[in-house]
Ligand binder design. Structure first.
Ligand code: FES
Ligand SMILES: [Fe+2]
Length: 387
């Protein structure tokens, strides 16, 4: 097909530019390519989405003891997440209150954070405990210079942070998710592995990929079983969507290893006992909740075209305690490691493709309802932002 080579400057914050994305699925177009490649659109997403929503940061059992901490850079914000003496988990801006250096690096355990620049010392609760050399500075009170705390709340052992002091609480945002998925007993799952990847794609391409099964016979032709094509999209209340698939066995093993799995999660009842829930926790997390374990894909946007991905997995305590756990869990890791590389590769190819000046909005299949939901969820906030 011949395309005009006259390029118009897109009106990226004009609702009229998205009328076809707003249409019902059967007639809808995909997001225009600039939504994945424009610096300006990305900056608006950071301000209107990531600075306002509850952002997923993995599991609290990553830092089980007082003084355990990890650092993260989330949409350009350096954070340190730490378990205090009182065993509460807190998040702080990882920015010294003197002249701004990062006070913590990597992860580990400590009794306090000492800034590497001029040695200011902060307690695990963020309070400034010591600031040598400040004796002659007038009107200086340590109490005014603690690390800036960021809201942190948990559900089911999962950590979420929110940069917006006025945002509704996490549980209110999650709506009916905790009730629908309560029988997974997420609080009592044990994290067994987390693996990080650097992706050469916009964050939306990856979460869209995670929420549609249309690509399975092509991208995962030798790895994943086909989902039932008439799977159910759940009716949800709250900031999540999900595909509910009914099947026997687990979705966390390759077909060739289907007989090597662990027992099902004993607490499951209702629909969770009958198959798998593929959940998108807006904005940028996917939970795979199957019959014997839970895995997650956690996305940390780094820029418009770079995204950090964390693949995590957790199992019930009783499964982890089995003598054959270490041997058998490798079959699960084999399945995730195979399919994740396939998804990472296709997302990189897609990002290169949509970066072309000849890229145009595409059309959606009936197998991509959640790609449509995700696009509209983003537009609701970026193009027609709430107050
Ligand atoms: S920047 Fe941290 S002590 Fe100076
Ligand atoms: Fe995939």
């Amino acid at each position: 097909m011949r395309q005009s080579t006259t390029f118009e400057v897109p009106k990226i914050f004009d609702g009229a530019s998205y009328a076809k994305v707003r249409a019902p699925l059967e007639t809808a177009e995909t997001l225009p390519p600039w939504c994945y490649t424009s610096e300006e659109f990305y900056r608006a997403e950071v301000g209107l989405i990531f600075m306002r929503e509850w952002n997923f940061l993995g599991r609290a059992d990553r830092i089980p003891e007082a003084g355990d901490f990890f650092t993260v850079n989330f949409v350009g914000v350096p954070l340190v997440v730490v378990r205090g003496e009182d065993s509460a988990v807190r998040a702080f801006s990882n920015t010294c209150r003197h002249r701004g250096a990062k006070v913590a690096q990597g992860d580990g355990n400590c009794q306090w954070f000492q800034c590497p620049y001029h040695g200011w010392i902060y307690g695990l609760d963020g309070s400034l405990k010591g600031a040598g050399g400040m004796r002659k500075t007038k009107n200086f009170d340590n109490a005014d210079y603690g690390l800036v705390e960021v809201r942190l709340q948990t559900w089911g052992g999962f950590i979420f942070v929110n940069f917006d002091a006025d945002a509704p609480d996490l549980l209110e945002t999650l709506g009916d998710l905790p009730a629908e998925l309560s029988s997974y007993d997420c609080e009592n799952l044990v994290t067994t592995r987390r693996v990080e990847f650097d992706l050469a794609c916009n964050w939306k391409l990856y979460i869209e990929n995670a929420m549609e099964e249309y690509h399975l016979p092509y991208v995962h032709k030798t790895s994943l079983e086909l989902l039932e094509m008439d799977h159910g999209i759940m009716e949800t209340k709250g900031n999540w969507d999900a595909i509910r698939e009914k099947h026997k066995g687990t979705r966390a093993l390759l077909e060739e290893d289907a007989d090597k799995g662990f027992p099902h999660i004993a607490t499951l009842e209702g629909p969770p006992a009958e198959g798998t829930h593929y959940v998108v926790l807006y904005p940028s997390t996917m939970l795979g909740m199957t019959t014997d374990c839970v895995w997650w894909l956690e996305l940390h946007p780094q820029s418009v075209n770079r995204t950090k991905l964390i693949l995590g997995s957790c199992f019930p305590k009783s499964t982890v305690a089995r003598p054959d756990f270490d041997d058998k869990v490798d079959y699960y890791y084999k399945r995730w490691d195979k399919s994740i590389i396939e998804d990472n590769d296709i997302s990189g190819l897609q990002h290169e493709g949509v970066s072309s000046p000849f890229a145009r909005p595409g059309r959606l299949s009936s197998h991509e309802p959640l790609v449509h939901h995700i696009a509209n969820w983003v537009l609701d906030r970026v193009v027609e932002p709430r107050g």
